[in-house]
Design a binder for this molecule. Structure first.
Ligand code: FE2
Length: 286
């Protein structure tokens, strides 16, 4: 029979711990940041209402159809492993700039990466029923990179646009941003986690955390919008400034964010002329 233990000590609290140092969180953002640092990811729910989601779905499909036309047919995209991916959405509709500058996401990115980060790409994945997609294998969003770093080289914000229910949940390997190689099969078996998410959820993660998109066994298209934020020394593969042609460059934050300040130039003269016309700093004699 259990007996009452008389004591002034209280070990019953779920947070009691033999420690000298304890991490304290005050805000929701602190909680996300702590979890991303240790596990690699955080989940932010309810970012879009039904009409936003409807608009986004319609426009992802429209932009993808337009991009298929631009390249001369989907078979060309299949040939280069780029089928069912729409790219640089904000260049096609201003609404997507709001998605890319979601304040909750940027707050987290700033805390983890510092002030100078760039929107590397804004894409949309269309996971069609029964159709293989290049995001299905395990990967890092900085694909084929095998490094660790003291702060993230890149962060991903995956905006879930259609419900990723249990049978088609994103799979992740928590904490793998802290190791260089891809883990063993046994590790994958023992540690893979399914992340089910309702439409409107944003999953923010260190881009070096291994993850894979779900194979779609349902009867509906499952869309998501991955946003990639990178350190400024990582050049955009598709130049947003060249697509946008000066749009939003008057805004100091957007100029940096969209990559106007890190454009590759064709010659030394061009590079210097660009610096003269777009001064980043004032040099003063000391
Ligand atoms: Fe990915």
């Amino acid at each position: 029979m259990a007996q009452d233990v008389k004591s002034d000590l209280n070990f019953g609290d779920q947070y009691s711990a033999w420690v000298n140092e304890r991490h304290i969180t005050d805000t929701e953002e602190d909680v996300y940041v702590e979890q991303i640092k240790s596990l690699g990811y955080a989940i932010i729910e309810d970012n879009y209402d039904a009409s936003d989601l409807k608009f986004i779905r319609k426009n992802i499909d429209k932009i993808y159809a337009r991009q298929v036309d631009e390249i001369g047919g989907e078979h060309h995209l299949t040939e280069i492993g780029d089928a069912n991916i729409a790219r640089q959405l904000l260049a096609y509709d201003d609404f997507f700039l709001d998605c890319a500058t979601n304040e909750k996401v940027l707050g987290i990115v700033r805390r983890l990466m510092g002030d100078y980060f760039v929107l590397y790409q804004q894409t949309a994945n269309l996971h069609k029923p029964g159709v293989v997609h290049t995001t299905h294998p395990w990967h890092r969003d900085l694909t084929f990179w095998h490094y660790t770093s003291s702060r993230p080289l890149a962060m991903t914000a995956l905006h879930v646009i259609d419900d990723y229910t249990d049978d088609c949940a994103l799979k992740i390997l928590p904490a793998t941003h802290l190791r260089e190689d891809f883990p063993s099969n046994a590790y994958v078996d023992n540690n893979a986690v399914k992340v089910s998410a309702k439409a409107g959820t944003i999953i923010v993660f260190n881009s070096m955390m291994f993850h894979r998109a779900p194979y779609n066994y349902s009867n509906e298209v499952k869309r998501s919008m991955p946003h990639f934020y990178t350190m400024h020394l990582i050049r955009q593969e598709i130049s947003l400034p060249r697509i946008l042609g000066g749009k939003w460059s008057h805004d100091p934050f957007l100029r940096r964010f969209l990559g106007y300040d890190i454009m590759s130039q064709d010659s030394v003269v061009d590079w210097r002329l660009e610096k003269l016309s777009n001064k980043r700093k004032t040099l003063k004699a000391h």
